[in-house]
Design a protein around this ligand. Structure first.
Ligand SMILES: C[S@@+](CC[C@H](N)C(=O)[O-])C[C@H]1O[C@@H](n2cnc3c(N)ncnc32)[C@H](O)[C@@H]1O
Length: 299
């Protein structure tokens, strides 16, 4: 017969982090990293925490909680493990073709009429692949740097650091042509490093779309493969924030596996169901507290 002490010595298996350990982990992240785990889908997150417990060689979730509480480094590593930064340049190329043919020309015309800049926001930009793809697309469309502004935000400081460096392994660039690789990248230590000419078109900021206040008004928002991490209630909150950041007629692009939660369907018109492209309908500013709406207007 095994005693409970002996059971604790066996390696941590499975994906089922006990509820109490999960609660303590989320408390540590909230208190020490200002990161709110509540909205995220429990199962998905528990699987990733379990993988992290195995990776550090702990045999039980309780031991891991102690390690986590004592180590800032482990807290950052867990956050990185929780929000995977998988992406590549021109992910879902047909979505970028749709942007090139329909969305960007229309928005550019509107910006010229209004004597304003074309404003693009990449939410959950990971290592920069998505906003840099937009910058390359704008370059291809001969949109001048002065005519546009591309903002890219993510929760993870590590991902943002990599994004600012702009150096990638070849597999992240598989959708790019030889010509694009030669024109815009320099190979350094087996990595492709994006030229300053493109990097300077994108400004990166740390921003938590769930708990930080919205800070940017945009004509086009890409929020792809981010909603999948959140519960329906949190998706609703995020979509309301994005809707408030868009003017009437502004565009929102979601990831291929994502869709509008039903409570947000009256905010957007679906333009292309396959590419998950939506257009903002008439603004209803009461969606957000007045203070936030004013902040957006003043930006
Ligand atoms: C799978 S990547 C998506 C990258 C890119 N948008 C794409 O579709 O290829 C998801 C990104 O969302 C970020 N993320 C997760 N939760 C977030 C939050 N609350 N606020 C901002 N970014 C978040 C993660 O750090 C990660 O970089």
């Amino acid at each position: 017969m095994t005693t409970s002490a002996e059971e604790h010595k066996s390696p941590f298996v499975g994906g089922d982090v006990p509820d109490e350990a999960y609660r303590q982990i989320s408390e540590v992240l909230r208190e020490q990293q200002n990161f709110i785990l509540d909205g995220y889908k429990d199962l998905c997150i528990k699987r990733r925490i379990a993988a992290r417990i195995r990776a550090v060689g702990e045999s039980c979730a309780e031991g891991y909680v102690e390690k986590l509480a004592a180590s800032e480094k482990e807290q950052r590593q867990l956050l990185t493990a929780l929000s995977i930064h998988v992406s590549h340049f021109f992910r879902n190329p047909s979505t970028f073709r749709m942007l090139e043919k329909k969305v960007l020309p229309e928005l550019l015309r509107r910006a010229v009429q209004q004597k304003s800049k074309l404003r693009i926001w990449s939410v959950g930009c990971a290592n920069g692949e998505e906003p840099y793809s937009l910058a390359l697309l704008c370059k291809k469309m001969k949109i001048e740097a002065e005519q546009m502004s591309i903002i890219a935000t993510d929760l993870s400081p590590e991902a943002l650091q990599r994004a600012k460096r702009g150096c990638y392994e070849a597999n992240r660039l598989r959708e790019l042509s030889e010509e694009q690789l030669e024109s815009f990248f320099t190979v350094r230590q087996q990595q492709y490093c994006l030229h300053e000419e493109i990097r300077r078109l994108v400004r990166f900021f740390r921003h938590d779309i769930l708990s930080d206040q919205p800070f940017y008004r945009a004509d086009l928002i890409l929020c792809r493969n981010v909603l999948i991490y959140f519960s329906r209630e949190q998706q609703q909150r995020i979509l309301q924030i994005l809707a408030a950041a868009l003017p009437e007629g502004g565009y929102l692009v979601l990831g291929r596996a994502e869709t509008l939660v039903s409570s947000c369907r009256e905010l957007f018109r679906c333009i292309d169901p396959a590419e998950r492209v939506y257009q903002r309908l008439k603004k209803e500013e009461q969606l957000l507290p007045t203070s936030l709406v004013q902040q957006l207007q003043n930006f």
